[in-house]
Design a protein around this ligand. Structure first.
Ligand code: NAD
Length: 323
């Protein structure tokens, strides 16, 4: 029998989760407080699946996948048989509390109750229900059928069993769950995005660069690399001797940049030691050269992809590919 998930809230993220789960073979039961949104949600679902089909990214005809998604006006109907409920209602504490109170009351006894919340931590609304041990944040990238990471953020009430079940379900749907160990506003995804955006706004304000040029630096620079390795691995591989050597050489400059923005969070020797230990556990220094080659090959594949394939296979006159 197909596994079942329920989705509460049929807006952008709710529909995107429906695309993800239905494409992975799950039965999806959707509910929204405003059933008038269902027509738009159905159209969005069909359009997204058709686009995925055009790119060869679904294993079945789009119609078969959308056939696994049903829309329900009554919450109780949507929750029937669901092992996971993905809450996708607006980012407002009062709405989240009201919805979780109902999910706690009407969901299957062992269902995981996951919130897509972008910044609000779940301990602020899990207390609305006695089923608080089954509540956690599962914050996706947008859209989750294209951005595979999902942040799992348990609260002090969440059981390990809930986190394990959620991890298994999201993996079965093709996502890469990341565990966030403490409740902090914005979790990891939006805190990192926030750090970049805060600096980007300052650079525009100070006349250092235009909006378009800053986007280009990310698109053709940092972002290109970050799609294969993260910021820690980037600097680990950029400096012979690894991240410890990078921190020694570049730490003071980064500290001055932080201070110029009123931020005093130096990379202390203890902190650098913790980061270095984790990097060396992931990549012993004697494998550094081969990992640099691996990175370059990954970037070569990306370059060929963005520029339309290997040089020999390209037409003589071509329009450069641009995202
Ligand atoms: N849009 C993004 O990029 C993004 C990314 C990650 C996470 N999120 C989070 O996902 C959640 C949903 O965001 P969205 O962008 O899909 O919002 P949205 O406004 O597109 O959709 C929200 C849906 O909730 C419904 N709704 C409103 N009040 C409700 C209620 N009381 N009970 C049930 N349904 C109700 C609305 O009718 C609407 O269909 C938010 O917490 C948001 O922060 C959004």
């Amino acid at each position: 029998m197909a596994r079942t998930v329920a989705i509460a809230g049929a807006g952008s993220i709710g529909v995107a989760f429906a695309v993800l789960f239905a494409s992975a073979g799950f039965t999806v039961r959707m509910w929204d407080a405003l059933p008038s949104v269902f027509d738009r949600a159905r159209d969005d679902l069909n359009n997204r699946l058709a686009m995925l089909g055009d790119h060869g990214l679904i294993a079945e005809p789009a119609g078969e996948i959308s056939g696994r998604v049903t829309f329900h006006e009554i919450l109780l109907d949507a929750l029937r048989g669901a092992e996971l409920v993905q809450e996708c209602v607006p980012e407002q504490l009062d709405i989240k509390r009201e919805v979780f109170q109902q999910l706690g009351a009407y969901s299957e006894k062992h269902a995981v109750l996951a919130s897509s919340s972008s910044a609000i931590v779940s301990s602020e609304f899990a207390t609305a229900t006695p089923a608080r041990e089954r509540v956690l944040i599962a914050h996706p990238g947008n859209p989750p059928y294209l951005i595979p990471v999902i942040e799992l953020v348990p609260s002090e009430y969440t059981t390990e069993e809930t986190v394990d079940k959620a991890t298994e379900i999201y993996r079965a749907a093709g996502l890469k769950p990341v565990r966030v160990r403490k409740e902090v506003e914005g979790f990891v995804f939006n805190r990192l995005q926030g750090a970049v955006l805060r600096e980007a706004y300052c650079l525009v304000r100070d006349g250092v660069a235009s909006v378009e040029d800053i986007d280009e630096v990310i698109r053709s620079g940092l972002g290109r690399r970050w799609s294969v390795i993260g910021p820690f691995e980037t600097v680990d591989l950029n400096t012979r001797g690894g991240i410890e050597s990078h921190a020694a050489k570049m730490g003071p400059a980064y500290e001055r940049m932080g201070l110029s923005r009123g931020q005093t969070d130096p990379w202390t020797p203890d902190l650098v030691r913790v980061v270095t230990e984790q990097r060396r556990a992931a990549l012993p220094l004697d494998q550094w050269e081969s990992r640099v080659r691996w990175r370059d090959e990954a970037l070569m594949r990306l370059k060929a992809h963005f520029e339309g394939g290997p040089v020999a296979a390209r037409p003589a006159v071509r329009t450069p590919f641009r995202l």
